[in-house]
Design a protein around this ligand. Structure first.
Ligand code: MGD
Ligand code: MGD
Ligand code: SF4
Ligand code: MO
Length: 726
């Protein structure tokens, strides 16, 4: 029997509504659902390839356990959990709760009940060690908000903007900003007169649509943004009325920006001075705007400073939503809010939470510093982590692969759940086979929640969707919803879990005798939501809930809060930027003449590797400007070695005329484990062999230098035309 049902693709946070055609229990087609106006039927190739992912022959259908010789044997999921519990209890008995940790990576977007259940288990054990990828992503956005303060009205709605300024982000591909069909959104904004300014060393898919593209040298975002603010102030572009009423520190900021005159910034960042002036002029002429950063900026060091300066720029121009405007991200499945057009003063970015033993790193507003996790595992003594639960890909995605490998191998208990035997699964003691794609019910909750971590996510319209699972796991398989692992561990340990809305400090106890359904958990997560969970059932294709639209209210006359334009730490760092020896900081020299930067590719989400043949994503090429290839006797498709001062990888090179010369762009999330033979053409390469956890790390989040890294690129003569494993 062939039937078509509505669901949602969750391969990335865009959560595109889809129609799934199922023929006798097999997904045969996934297409965009045109009935949801926000998306206009948009999907990307990853969504359309979901049938191949759902039924991939390489999928892990049974849990496995590591043998002493390193091979894996099948084990029933129930037996695996029994054994895990015994080992976990032993760690708890000998080393206490702090020896247990959980790590959650980005596939949490597919399994939205997993994070809260993992947190619930850790809480009931008494461990504070909940780590996520968020602190190795863009923790700078949360931290910059804490240092600057936020404005209650939030960002102005995109359809009302005169200008959108974005640094280090490529929404057309990443769907971070304009997540619902970004190409179409950018087109309609351009038609309506919104001007786009992009700061990116690559003429990216987004930069191509820009009115002004500042193709700056990687790592120079703080200087470029400081230069723009300098010009805005000099042009008389400060919104005096807004700043006098809502901010402090303009004088100190103006002084700190003095060195960043346009001539200096243009020379330093390698951009034409005229373009800087034009961009600043456009910002000054615009009444409504939004200024944002992405991963390019975050990873190139000083991401916190860059994003803090972007916040300052917004405030100086008064680019915040005022009284009577509609809130950009009105809650639907989150609790309702009553925003006011008034500032909220800064709050502590750190200093209130758990301290790690590593390099002074501690919990911040962005969460526990995941950059400290591997060293916390490897450093003996009180507080050493001995048991780890892993959801997703640290082996491919954590900086400094070798240290990650060493740490994960050294654990007394390492439990991963996975959908395939990924490099991370291959270092685990137990791998619990998980459900995938349409076997898991959908809840749009995550998109809303993400907007609290990064303003580039969230629904601009009050949209909500719940869809049940569409199919059972394959007959004979033994897979679970990832959250069930944590629930069942708690059950066997005799622990009482509490589970509910993350805004509820005292969530209700869970029934520990009768296992809940995923749907019941979703309902609990939505407790107190603006639109009751039950109402989503009336709308199988999702729905824009008009009644949830939230309007920004009037300022409270007693409000005396102020946004801070001159946070002392940020002003000190800005002075350092002005003073530093630029080349020494950048680190390029004759041996390492190029700067390696991150980028994302359309057909792959981070390290998710099922169905790469179908998506033609076997490898992550190193992109270079054609002139850089010819200068090195390299042709597109050749194999080459990329070497940083920290390590090396073998890659396939490709030409990218849109890239600034002097730059190498490679996506993360590829390659095999250190013990497996690797063919760059078929597995790609793990670029986290080029990074180091302790290099130029952010003092708040611990995020190290993951971009703007000096490298050399050279041919691998003997392999150049063979395509054989290196
Ligand atoms: N197709 C696809 N979509 C994804 C993902 C994916 O892997 N694939 N990953 C998801 C995830 S986890 C995230 S966090 C988001 C990230 O979303 P984005 O931050 O938009 O990520 P990218 O698309 O990599 O865009 C980063 C841009 O920064 C530029 N860049 C690199 N270095 C610098 C620099 O020093 N300065 C400046 N100004 N620019 C620089 C790069 O050239 C690139 O165009 O995307 C999400 N969406
Ligand atoms: N050098 C460098 N490193 C980076 C980045 C960078 O730009 N440069 N970006 C960073 C960022 S922003 C992020 S968010 C991270 C992303 O990295 P992570 O958050 O670690 O997530 P992924 O690598 O996407 O996880 C994919 C892996 O999880 C496994 N997996 C386990 N369970 C599931 C499941 O239920 N579903 C699916 N689909 N897969 C599952 C898959 O088999 C695959 O191996 O990488 C970070 N690392
Ligand atoms: S953009 Fe692609 S991968 Fe992301 S949700 Fe939409 S269809 Fe899925
Ligand atoms: Mo990310």
């Amino acid at each position: 029997m062939i039937e078509t049902k509505p669901s949602t693709c969750r391969v990335c946070s865009a959560y595109c509504p889809v129609e799934v055609t199922i023929d006798n229990g097999r997904v045969v087609k996934v297409a965009g659902d045109r009935s949801v106006p926000m998306y206009g039927g948009f999907t990307c190739p990853k969504g359309r390839a979901l049938p191949a992912v759902q039924h991939h022959p390489g999928r892990l259908l049974h849990s496995v356990k590591r043998r002493p010789d390193g091979s894996y044997q099948r084990i029933s999921t129930t037996d695996a959990i029994d054994e895990i519990v015994v080992k976990l209890q032993a760690v708890l008995d000998t080393a206490g709760p702090r020896a247990v940790a959980g790590f959650l990576g980005s596939p949490g977007v597919e399994q939205v009940a997993t994070a809260p259940m993992m947190m619930s288990l850790l809480r009931s054990i008494g461990s504070p060690n909940f780590f996520t990828m968020a602190t190795l992503d863009q923790p700078n956005t949360k931290i910059a908000d804490a240092l600057h303060g936020t404005f209650g009205g939030g960002r102005m709605r995109p359809e009302t903007l005169d200008v959108f300024l974005i640094a280090g982000s490529n929404p057309v591909i990443s769907k971070q900003w304009f997540g619902q069909n970004p190409g179409a959104q950018l087109k309609s904004l351009a038609r309506a007169g919104t001007r786009l300014i992009v700061i990116d060393p690559r003429r990216s898919e987004t930069a191509r649509r820009a009115d002004i593209h500042l193709q700056a040298i990687p790592g120079e975002d703080p200087a470029v943004i400081a230069g723009l603010i300098h010009l805005v102030i000099a042009m008389g572009g400060v919104d005096r009325a807004f700043v006098d009423r809502n901010a402090r520190g303009l004088t100190e900021l103006t002084q700190a920006l003095a060195p960043f005159d346009p001539g200096y910034v243009a020379r330093r960042a390698g951009v034409p001075e005229a373009d800087l002036r034009e961009a600043a002029g456009l910002l000054v002429r615009s009444k409504r705007g939004s200024c944002a950063t992405g991963t390019g900026t975050s990873m190139a060091t000083r991401g916190t400073l860059a994003t803090y300066l972007m916040n300052c720029l917004q405030t100086l121009r008064g680019f915040w939503a005022g009284e009577g405007e509609e809130l950009l991200y009105s809650p639907v499945l989150l609790p309702p809010v009553t925003p006011r057009a008034q500032p909220k003063s800064p709050w502590p970015a750190r200093g209130f939470g758990v301290k790690t033993r590593i390099r002074g790193l501690e919990q911040s507003v962005a969460g526990m510093p995941t950059a400290a996790l591997m060293e916390e595992i490897l450093t003996p003594g009180e507080g050493q982590i001995r048991a780890l639960f892993v959801h997703a890909g640290p082996m491919r995605t954590m900086p400094q692969e070798a240290l990650t490998y060493q740490a994960l191998r050294s654990l007394e208990l390492n439990v991963a759940h996975d959908i395939e035997m990924s490099p991370t699964a291959r270092v685990a003691d137990y791998v619990i086979a998980s459900k995938v794609a349409f076997e898991i019910p959908v809840l749009s909750y995550l998109c809303e929640l993400n907007s609290m971590f990064h303003q580039g996510y969230g629904y601009p319209e009050p949209f909500g969707a719940y869809q049940p699972a569409l199919l059972e796991p394959p007959p004979g398989s033994d897979v679970i919803d990832a959250w069930q692992l944590y629930y069942r561990i708690a059950q066997r340990l005799g622990l009482q879990l509490h589970f509910g809305s993350m805004f509820n400090p005292e969530p209700a106890p869970l029934d520990m005798l009768q296992e809940p359904t995923t749907e019941q958990l979703y309902a609990a997560m939505c407790e107190g939501s603006a639109i009751p969970f039950e109402r989503l059932r009336d709308h199988p294709r999702g729905h824009v809930f008009e009644e949830a639209r939230t309007i920004v209210g009037a300022r409270d006359p007693t409000c005396s809060d102020r946004l801070d334009l001159a946070n002392p730490d940020m002003m000190t760092e800005l002075a350092e930027v002005a003073r530093e020896d630029i080349l020494a900081r950048r680190g390029t020299d004759e041996d390492y003449p190029l700067l390696f930067i991150p980028r994302r590719m359309q057909n792959v989400t981070n390290g998710v590797r099922l169905a790469p043949e179908r998506l033609k994503t076997l490898t992550n090429p190193a992109f270079l400007h054609p002139s850089e290839l010819t200068g090195r006797r390299l042709a597109p498709g050749d194999l080459a070695e990329v070497r940083s001062r920290n390590g090396w990888v073998r890659v396939v090179v490709e030409a990218d005329p849109d890239l600034r010369p002097g730059v190498v762009a490679i996506s993360h999330g590829f390659g095999r484990g250190p013990d497996e033979p690797e063919d760059p053409r078929h597995h790609g390469a793990n670029i986290n062999r080029l990074t180091r956890l302790d290099q130029d790390f952010d003092r708040y989040s611990g995020l190290p230098r993951m971009g703007a890294i000096p490298v050399q690129v050279a041919p691998i003569e003997s392999h150049a035309d063979k395509g054989e494993p290196a």
